[in-house]
Design a protein around this ligand. Structure first.
Ligand SMILES: C[S@@+](CC[C@H](N)C(=O)[O-])C[C@H]1O[C@@H](n2cnc3c(N)ncnc32)[C@H](O)[C@@H]1O
Length: 230
């Protein structure tokens, strides 16, 4: 039986180091580990979650597909259930950027021995890129996926040095450099959101509102600058 992965998780799968073990942190349904093993991308996958109920459905799926020898289901928080060097790739998808940052910060020994991270923050990609640059990671792959009317950023990193300017931090260095085909529409949508907020606030003369308006207008300028380069 094959699992039909959503575009977002297909993109995550495409960035995982093939032929080596991987871990899916916050696996929930377990679809990604099943795809990685069934498609022959990874010989072994550790599927983890800190919530019992989703992990139970992942366990049932793995048993149903007789994949218990190649997918190890582990209950626990973040990377705490991994030994350093146990897997080459760690992926974390569908959780907030702040959670990803805290999970990575909490397990430096595991992180140190991991070759690649594949991260798909639901929100907070900007703060996550900043954290990655400040903590010795460099972006090696980046993708943007539209699914059910929402855009998702997928970021693949390895240990290394990276310096990002404001625009690269905000919109993704490789998305910009490669002029990702969805980036223009994504930025136009962001600009429309900011413009709507500006219109809503523009009648309000309080100091706080004026400060917020200035921030929002600067946000629009940054987007317009990035759009000119596409
Ligand atoms: C929205 S689901 C995403 C599932 C799947 N990764 C995907 O992208 O479709 C988020 C899952 O991450 C788990 N999770 C959140 N924070 C976690 C943490 N610190 N450690 C382990 N699992 C976590 C949650 O319990 C939940 O099952």
């Amino acid at each position: 039986m094959k699992i039909k992965l959503p575009e977002r998780l297909l993109s995550v799968a495409s960035m995982i180091l093939p032929g080596k073990a991987a871990a899916d942190i916050g696996t929930d349904h377990g679809y990604l580990p099943v795809h990685l093993v069934v498609e022959g991308i990874c010989p072994f996958v550790i599927a983890t979650d800190r919530a019992r109920s989703p992990l139970e459905s992942a366990r049932q799926l793995v048993e149903l597909l007789s994949l218990t020898k190649t997918i190890d289901i582990r209950f626990g928080e973040g990377l705490e259930i991994l030994e350093p060097g146990e897997v080459a790739t760690i992926c974390m998808a569908g959780v907030g950027g702040a959670t990803i940052r805290s999970v990575l910060s909490d397990s430096p020994l595991v992180l140190d021995k991991t070759e690649r991270l594949v991260l798909q923050p639901q929100r907070g990609a900007v703060g996550l890129r900043r954290w990655l640059a400040d903590n010795g990671f460099t972006i090696v792959a980046e993708d943007l996926v539209m699914e059910d009317g929402f855009y998702y950023e997928i970021i693949g990193v390895e240990h290394g040095h990276m310096v990002l300017d404001e625009s690269q931090t905000e919109f993704g260095p490789l998305l910009l450099a490669n002029r990702h085909p969805l980036l223009k529409d994504y930025l136009e949508l962001k600009k429309a959101d900011l413009t709507r907020l500006i219109d809503g606030l523009s009648q309000n003369r309080t100091k706080e509102c004026q400060e917020r308006l200035a921030q929002l207008s600067y946000g629009v300028q940054r987007i317009e600058r990035a759009l000119k380069c596409l």
